[in-house]
Design a protein around this ligand. Sequence first.
Ligand SMILES: Cc1cc2nc3c(=O)[nH]c(=O)nc-3n(C[C@H](O)[C@H](O)[C@H](O)COP(=O)(O)OP(=O)(O)OC[C@H]3O[C@@H](n4cnc5c(N)ncnc54)[C@H](O)[C@@H]3O)c2cc1C
Length: 686
Amino acid sequence: MPSGVRLPLRVHLPVPDGFVADPKDPKHWWRMDKARFASPTGRRNYSKASPPLCSSNCLPPPTAVSALYKPSLRYAILGAGFAGLSVAWHLLKQSSDDSRICIDIYDDAGIGGGASGASGGLLHPYSPKAKLLWRGSECWRECLDLLIIANRAVEARASSNAPQDSFCSFKERIVWKRGIIRPASQKNVDILRENAQSFSESCYLELLDRSAAQYLVPDLCVPLDLAVYMPLAMNIHPKRYLQALFLACNDLAECEEREIYLFKESINSLHQLSEEYDAVVICLGAKVDKLPELSGKLPLRTCRGVIAKLQLPYDLPGEYDHQRPSILSDAWLAFREPRSVLVGSTWDWNSKDYASSVSEEEASRAMEELMPKASAVYPPIRNWTFVEAQAGLRAMPPLTAYGSLPLLGCVDDIIGESVKCRYWLVGGLGSRGLLYHGFVGKLTAQAVLSSNESVLPSEFTQWKSISNIIVLLHLGEKMDFEDGIFEYNGSAQVAMVGKNCFAIASDRRLGVNLQTVATDFQRIFKIHDKLYIGLSGLATDAQTMYQRLVFRHKLYQLREERDMKPQTFASLVSALLYEKRFGPYFCQPVIAGLGDDDVPFICTMDCLGAKELAKDFVVSGTASESLYGACESMFKPNMEPEELFETISQALLSSVDRDCLSGWGGHVLLVTPTEVQERTLKGRMD
Ligand SMILES: Cc1cc2nc3c(=O)[nH]c(=O)nc-3n(C[C@H](O)[C@H](O)[C@H](O)COP(=O)(O)OP(=O)(O)OC[C@H]3O[C@@H](n4cnc5c(N)ncnc54)[C@H](O)[C@@H]3O)c2cc1C
């Protein structure tokens, strides 16, 4: 495959050999790429079926240059896996008839060189509990559409007796429509009854008893006497499918006078790409984290999977009839030929091994893991022998209320790009890339062409709030602060328990990193006479949170005609924080109050609302490490109020001296059943 060429160069030098000047603007040159001029439309064609490459005397006349080679819209797609090629197809398909578009796809490993090419190719829209996935019907339909399109492209070539393509055989199968069967668990059955309405009409489920299931697959183990059968589910050859889809893109581009090129080139940074692209769609699968502009900023985990290919030796009976379904269980068995099956897959979480090749050792480990699972559901598999193994790295997205959804959206702000709607992400397709790719490719193409992110369902873009947190945490790393945004303003908070009393204290500094902005800042807030909350972390969030808490407490007072107990209040704070877990308040509260019978209650929690209760003291803020040490050495049980005041004050002052982000004295509140004393401490004022 030819290696890629760079996009038009803008330089103010005499036009060298190999370039032509744009007649409309002589400052613009177009690098002459012979392959690009291979067809009358100027389209690069990688198939061996293409006409022979022309020499430069095939160049269009100069007047035609700008008309042919200066499309009004240029898109770059990084990655030629399921995601990248689906976006390419939909960009070509959806762009308006009068727009001239050119798509450059970059993939250093070629079509299907990542997880897509290594995948098992099982396709159905259900979760392991046989529940229809979120927007599962649409995903299923869009995927079927692409499969039909890819199949047609191949069939058209086969029927026109076109010469064999170098990378796509017209004769081999892309799709095996054999259905999938899964021995049911009790949960499947319950869910089937509950969700009878939510099945995808176009990929329905059937519940089979043991005899019906074993009629389909004679040796299938059906321990609960029930199996879920998806008659329309299928099994595809992922690499052949992707190659056929690329052919379909080429055909569409040719009909519509559009351009699509594939560059076998590694993109190591987004700066490497020409600025002339109107949009860049990043579909790099698990390798997206290697782009420096996105590294560590996406909520993705990686998981390597190994698939083993087995064969039934020719001298043994037991061929798998081509009408029998593939099998899903703890391991899956995707039968392709009567004597050939793929068994998958292993789950090696947090692996960073991108290689598709599998070492002997890794293959034998995979077999040890997969064979017991596979033979538990289909015992005759023990007679099949290992042939080879393939592997891929999945990019796993976080779990949301709608399941593990792909990450879509514009990533300009994450990248730090000022031009709007330039960089887009299609990532985190997890273990269902085949199912999702048609739908997410279509949505992304719509968003890119309209430069409008809001056409994407918010469920697909909500990950960005998590990413903003990650970006803020990275900001902190750059500043050399461990926790980033939590350290931006600096703070020190402590609450301590005495005999029927408690004290809560905080420092008085408000900073912006190392710069001190105020020296009398209040971080302790009163909820009622016997209940206080200290909010360390980002000062603005602390104030917002306090206002929301006061509002909620007032509603409680109106409804219940009493004050909230400290324990109830802690639960309220925890729920409020957890509710906002995808875009949290950057605060760590310290709560202290007197409960029933004036028993003191103290607790702290993290910014997601995970409570930590204590019977002696709790701390938070940038000085928390030194506060722990000081409190541990000074605390005594059952202290009287004055002693408690002395202890908490000494602990606070000695700790803030060891933390450059907090200090400037302190506020201490000493609360007993009968009174509240507020005192200000003077310490080192620098
Ligand atoms: C073992 C295994 C089994 C699976 N089985 C199934 C299954 O049965 N059904 C299912 O639906 N899903 C399955 N999946 C999941 C599915 O394969 C993925 O969700 C899907 O492939 C992700 O597609 P993608 O296009 O996002 O990423 P990829 O397919 O990884 O594509 C990314 C592309 O970007 C290229 N690239 C990366 N970095 C660069 C760079 N710097 N410059 C240029 N190019 C670059 C890579 O070469 C690659 O071709 C499986 C995955 C694995 C690992």
